[in-house]
Design a protein around this ligand. Structure first.
Ligand SMILES: Cc1cc2nc3c(=O)[nH]c(=O)nc-3n(C[C@H](O)[C@H](O)[C@H](O)COP(=O)(O)OP(=O)(O)OC[C@H]3O[C@@H](n4cnc5c(N)ncnc54)[C@H](O)[C@@H]3O)c2cc1C
Length: 375
């Protein structure tokens, strides 16, 4: 069997960004994607925000790759004609007890290189957003919104224009590490060999890693946290900025979001799907429906910062599922990206726990992966 240079498992935004970056180094790259289209899983279920880099621990991959990633992303969007804008974001403390938390976020943000972050008081908050109730806020002018579908299409076009290919309906179900490369088998009966393999399978990444014979490197636990969204119908959100509460365990808190056309929605909340690591959970078992019963919780969370939310205007919209490597009550984990120096297998990189800010960071993650592969 002929060997290609690189196989990338997973055609979400991360796999496509990695594949494109590998192709720009002159390598022949094939993306193996289980679904019948690219970017249909977690990538299509996000808030579409370009995060500034405020929340993540100093020196973490999340902090570094988010700040670098947003620069690369906005430049790339400009070059490729992908829509994005920068409405800015307010993180609102609704009572004095939350001010310490805001201050900690401010310090994190500054340490991470978010140098336009500004503390504002209740009066300025009221001037900027008259309908928002709060005693203080952080203003992040560099938070933006991006057309994620447009990004996915642009990355795929770039890859294909450099001779790379995407093989749809190619679900990797196993494989083996061999001298000088890796061979993988697909559920559809095919197999493929390459000198390098990058596992960007998102929710399926631990499953792919554990299915490789000869791989005994570390695989972190996989926890799943669903994020539900409700749309605002029959009313417009009266905000110019993206409005966030202070973060909650596992997520950023139910915030206002809008798409590039200005349609408002709220979310995502955090609904842990398991208490135990769920590496064996099959994709077909994932339930993306939004339960009406969560409406009251949403209304309560939103009214803390927007008391004027009209009753009866929230309707279930969509949900995404975060692939996490830390569970409920545990400190938030970093992206886990293991290259040969970590697990000892030449030519293999595994990416685990690529939750938010994965969209923002995709081009920086790709750069990082190419660096781990060496020349
Ligand atoms: C609710 C929510 C909101 C978010 N909001 C934001 C945000 O505003 N900003 C931001 O920066 N980030 C956000 N994120 C994070 C972002 O969406 C993810 O980090 C990013 O989409 C991950 O992309 P991916 O390519 O790793 O995963 P995916 O998009 O899930 O792609 C993985 C691909 O691998 C394929 N696959 C799986 N198993 C196999 C297999 N065995 N063989 C072949 N293919 C396989 C899947 O079909 C899938 O297409 C959010 C995430 C969630 C859940």
């Amino acid at each position: 069997m002929e060997r290609t240079d690189c196989l990338v498992v997973g055609g979400g935004i991360i796999g496509l960004a990695v594949a494109r970056a590998l192709a720009t180094t002159g390598r022949e790259v094939i993306v193996l994607e289980a679904a019948d289209a690219v970017g249909t899983q977690t990538t299509s279920r996000s808030s579409e925000f370009i995060h500034a880099g405020i929340y993540y621990s100093e020196d973490s991959l999340k902090a570094r790759l988010c700040v670098r990633g947003r620069e690369l992303l906005t430049r790339y969007c400009d070059e490729r004609g992908v829509s994005w804008n920068r409405p800015g974001k307010l993180i609102v403390a609704t009572d004095d007890a939350q001010i310490d938390r805001l201050e900690a976020l401010f310090r994190h943000g500054i340490a991470n290189g978010v140098d336009d972050l500004r503390r504002i008081g209740g009066d300025e908050l009221h001037e900027l957003e008259p309908e928002v109730r709060g005693v203080a806020a952080l203003l992040s002018p560099s938070t933006g919104i991006v057309d994620v579908d447009g990004m996915v299409r642009a990355l795929r076009r770039d890859l294909e224009s450099m001779g790379g290919a995407v093989a749809l309906r190619s679900r990797v179900i196993g494989g083996r590490i061999e001298s000088g490369g890796v061979t993988v088998d697909t559920a559809e009966g095919g197999s493929a060999s390459a000198h390098m393999l990058v596992n960007c399978a998102g929710l399926g990444a631990s499953r792919v890693a554990s299915s490789l014979d000869g791989f005994d490197g570390p695989i972190p636990p996989r926890h799943l946290a669903k994020g539900n969204y409700f749309g605002l119908s029959g009313a417009r959100a009266p905000f110019e900025h993206l409005v966030y509460p202070v973060p909650v365990d596992g997520g950023l808190g139910v915030h206002s979001t809008m798409d590039l056309a200005g349609a408002a929605r709220f979310g995502p909340d955090v609904e842990w799907l398991d208490d135990e690591p769920a590496a064996d959970l099959d994709d077909k078992d994932l339930d993306y429906s939004v339960d009406d019963a969560r409406l009251t919780g949403f209304e309560d969370s939103i009214r803390r910062y927007w008391p004027g939310l009209p009753s009866g205007t929230l309707t279930p919209a969509y949900a995404g599922i975060r692939p996490k490597t830390s569970g409920p009550g545990e400190p938030a984990a970093d992206f886990v990206i293991h290259g040969p120096a970590m697990h000892g297998v030449a030519g293999l990189v595994n990416l685990f726990g690529i939750e938010s800010p994965g969209i923002t960071s995709c081009l920086a993650i790709a750069e990082h992966v190419v660096g781990l592969m060496g020349s």
